[in-house]
Design a protein around this ligand. Structure first.
Ligand code: SUG
Length: 445
């Protein structure tokens, strides 16, 4: 069966801000409390979606989530009217108010793990919303992620959307940011590679010392079970704990795969040779040969990979059989990375084109092109069965640009989160968005 990959990009929400909430994510920590520009952030994201859609790549979006999260604020004792809740939270704990306001659902690679129908036992596309329980500001996203996915993929003949795993450290799950599917082509059975940072029930396994490992082996195994994946086509690989300690908080900051190609840094995995061996053996079972593209430390040090987000790129198959690498503009500003990329496209690898975007607003919170998208490979019948209102077209692009221009602020300072008017603006924007996307009831205001 043939299938096409759709990238579901997160539409940046109206309260995009820099609150330094993600310990272990260097960019988030470095830009804490600086002013953000939600309007520009949303327009940068929409420009990427439009450009890739116009090139013929499957492109859709996932909507922003309702903010602030009043349920969170009320559940921890802030009482009264909405305005009173905001005033009390701003006075007693501005950082928790920032958590309730975070627009982090824009990084939809963390919304869920997705297994296409060609891989699952029941022949349906499976989604498991990620619990993101390592960070307070992300730990409640899964409720709305599952709700949005169910609204878009509601035909149970084709799709199964699972609730998040139990929100406890043993099952720390960050979704597709630590999951890569390798295959001969998107429509045939593939190998699903889960990369984990630590093992809950094996104290002797190596683990990072400075920064948290957000994904556990136990969570990856649970997702594979829920999706009905076959053991022979599922591979678990430990991330190198040393790179987590250098700011590689998700595997998609150090590796990206597409079809049979794996573009990765030599230090990405705890046991590089073992990882490649497992992948080669599993891929042989689906009639595919692994095509590794290894980046050596001598060419690109880990610090440069983290600063440029070289690996947080999208690797997209083109009609001519070659691949394009979608990179953030920062890749051209880090000398080692720019030099490496020049050689890569000239060097006869599968990658023969670079497409770069200015995503600076998202990058300042540690979110590059790959963070901003959730990959879903769909057959024609499945693509027809999903909700069509989220598929990116020229018309939708223009409608959304006008909607952003109307509702979004172009500057948000940390203190602005206390402004009760901001909550009203976000609410009005999202109400209109649910009408634009044809998804009434998307928000449970
Ligand atoms: O979870 N940053 C996100 C970035 C997520 C990137 N996603 C992938 N690599 N797939 C995170 O660390 C920062 C929010 C703040 O500090 O305001 C934040 O949540």
């Amino acid at each position: 069966m043939s299938a096409r990959e759709f990238n579901f990009d997160g539409l940046v929400g109206p309260s995009h801000n820099y609150a330094g909430l993600s310990f272990g994510n260097v960019a988030s920590f470095s830009n804490v409390k600086s002013a953000s520009n939600p309007k520009l952030a949303a327009l940068q994201g929409l420009a990427k979606m439009r450009a890739l859609a116009s090139r013929g790549f499957g492109q859709a979006l996932l909507p922003p989530q309702d903010r602030p999260n009043f349920r969170l604020l009320r559940s921890i004792g802030f009482t009264g009217t909405d305005a009173e809740v905001l005033a009390k939270a701003a006075k007693e704990s501005p950082v928790i108010l920032a958590c309730a306001y975070s627009a982090s659902p824009m990084w939809t690679a963390n919304a869920a793990t997705v297994s296409p129908s060609a891989d699952s036992a029941d022949g349906r596309t499976h989604f498991t919303a990620a619990n993101l329980n390592n960070k307070l500001h992300r730990a409640f996203e899964h409720e709305q992620s599952a709700r949005a996915l169910r609204a878009i993929f509601k035909d149970e003949k084709h799709f199964a959307v699972h609730d998040a795993l139990p929100g406890t450290p043993a099952f720390g799950d960050e979704g597709a940011a630590n999951h890569t599917r390798l295959c001969k082509d998107h429509g045939s059975s593939g190998v699903e590679m889960f990369v984990y940072g630590r093992t809950e029930f094996d104290a002797s396994a190596p683990a990072p010392k400075k920064y948290p490992a957000r994904q556990t082996l136990e969570a990856s195994q649970a997702v594979a079970r829920l999706h009905g994946l076959s053991a022979g086509r599922t591979v678990y690989i430990q991330q190198n704990p040393d790179v987590i300690d250098q700011g590689v908080f998700h595997n998609d900051v150090i590796a990206v795969g597409n079809a049979n190609a794996l573009f990765y840094h030599e230090q990405a995995f705890a046991d590089e040779a073992g990882a490649l061996d497992q992948l080669r053996r599993a891929l042989a079972g689906v009639d595919a040969d692994l095509s590794p593209i290894r980046v050596d430390t001598a060419r690109v040090p880990v610090a440069d990979a983290v600063a440029s987000y070289l690996f947080n790129s999208q690797l997209l198959s083109k009609a001519d059989g070659k691949m394009a690498l979608v990179i953030p503009q920062e890749c051209q500003e880090v000398a080692s990375v720019a030099a490496y990329l020049d050689g890569l496209v000239a060097g006869g690898s599968a990658i023969d084109e670079l497409i770069h975007f200015d995503l600076r607003q998202s990058m300042r919170n540690g979110g590059g092109p790959a963070c901003l998208r959730l990959r879903v490979a769909l057959t024609d019948a499945e693509a027809a069965a999903m909700h069509q209102g989220v598929v990116m077209t020229e018309a939708l692009y223009h409608t959304l640009v006008a909607w952003v221009e109307k509702h979004y602020r172009d500057r948000l300072d940390p203190a602005d989160l206390a402004d009760p008017q901001l909550a009203i603006e976000v609410h009005n924007a999202l109400e209109e968005l649910s009408r634009i996307l044809g998804l009434p009831g998307l928000y449970d205001f």
